[in-house]
Design a binder for this molecule. Structure first.
Ligand code: HEC
Ligand code: HEC
Length: 307
């Protein structure tokens, strides 16, 4: 792949590299016939450079072993540039690419791990989640692929769901979690900027009342009506949400963005869009299986252990 806009730069750089190497070889050849130069009194001539009082630089020819090493490194450089990418955008005849090397080392690593994973793929998510070794592997995968968004403790952040609290946008069964990982999810809370500000505030009060937060009664009553006509399709008649839409339960104490009046008003005015990236092309099915078990275990192992 060439990162240059056109082949001009590539040719220029290739030319500079080649001329540089050829110049080195020429320089070496031009010194081939150099002889030891003697002064009139028979001593070896020096270059006139003197250091530390009496350290003179003599004017001897290049040592033969050194010249050969120099020549060999020039030949090596030329051979390298023919075989591998390095000469402008010329890809080299050996067919090597860094992408290709990465892919093959990843495939190799995956193949090595296949037998380890194979054991877990045959087991149910619940069983895998109970296996300490599998949990350890799952945690490592989580730290590599998921922690940047969900936090290293999977506790989430604003807009990034907590995966340990047993509260699910898209459902917490092993199948639900696996589907989330494989396909990714797109949560879209539409913007209601077209409503009047007072209506948005009424709605926010109603939403807060659903989880027992302080709210103004008159506003709650008006908000309830607006909720019926605008929100139930996704959040449900009772506001308990809908895992098919990823619409959160508004009656619990768990907030994805926040339950303060100002935050709910912001959610309604601007809408919210959240994306969980699909892992289908990124992680092997075996890794997704382990991760599903790890995530499922985060909120279910505790309950299972308490029984
Ligand atoms: C780029 C950020 C990002 C990365 C990386 C990411 N997620 Fe997510 N994830 C999200 C967001 C945002 C949501 C919420 C989507 C929504 O609100 O619709 C989410 C949702 C989820 C859900 C659904 C939670 C629920 O309540 O239903 C699960 C499970 C999940 N992620 C697990 C993972 C796992 C496991 C990984 C690692 C393979 C991962 N995520 C990587 C951003 C990310
Ligand atoms: C098209 C479906 C849809 C409709 C209609 C809808 N919502 Fe939502 N709502 C969602 C989704 C999906 C999310 C989660 C967004 C995300 O994952 O980032 C959400 C998030 C929210 C949140 C944020 C909750 C939190 O935990 O921070 C609030 C509050 C909310 N909606 C209230 C409302 C109200 C009030 C209405 C009606 C005026 C409404 N929604 C209409 C789908 C919808």
């Amino acid at each position: 792949m060439s990162d240059f806009f056109n082949s001009g730069w590539s040719n220029y750089i290739a030319l500079v590299s080649l001329v540089g190497i050829v110049w080195c070889i020429w320089l070496l050849a031009s010194q081939r016939k150099a002889k030891v130069i003697h002064t009139a009194d028979g001593a070896v001539a020096d270059t006139g450079h003197v250091w530390d009082g009496d350290l003179r630089e003599l004017n001897n020819p290049l040592p033969r072993w050194w010249a050969w090493m120099f020549l060999l490194s020039c030949i090596f450089a030329l051979a390298y540039l023919v075989l591998f990418p390095g000469l402008g955008s010329f890809p080299g005849v050996a067919g090597y690419t860094t992408d290709g090397a990465l892919m093959s080392s990843m495939t190799e690593a995956n193949d090595e791990l296949k037998p380890v994973y194979a054991k877990y793929v045959k087991m149910d998510i619940e069983e895998v989640a109970a296996d300490p070794k599998a949990r350890e592997m799952g945690q490592r995968l989580f730290l590599n692929s998921c922690a940047q968004c969900h936090g290293s403790d999977a506790g989430g952040a604003k807009g990034f769901p907590n995966l340990t609290d047993g509260d699910w946008l898209y459902g917490g069964s092993p199948e639900n979690i696996k589907t989330t990982l494989i396909n990714g999810r797109n949560g879209v809370m539409p913007a209601y900027g077209h409503l009047e500000t007072a209506q948005i505030v009424d709605l926010a009060n109603y939403v807060r009342s659903l989880s027992g937060l302080p709210a103004d009664d008159a506003k709650v009553a008006r908000g309830a009506e607006l909720f019926k006509s605008n929100c139930v399709a996704c959040h449900g008649v009772d506001g308990k949400g809908n895992i098919a839409m990823g619409a959160p339960n508004l009656t619990d104490k768990t907030w994805l963005y926040g339950g303060s009046e100002a935050t709910v008003v912001e959610t309604l005015t601007k809408g919210r869009i959240a994306m969980m990236p699909s892992q289908d092309k990124v992680l092997s099915p075996e890794k997704i299986h382990l991760l599903t078990a790890y995530v499922w275990g985060l909120s279910n192992n505790k309950t299972a252990a308490a029984k």
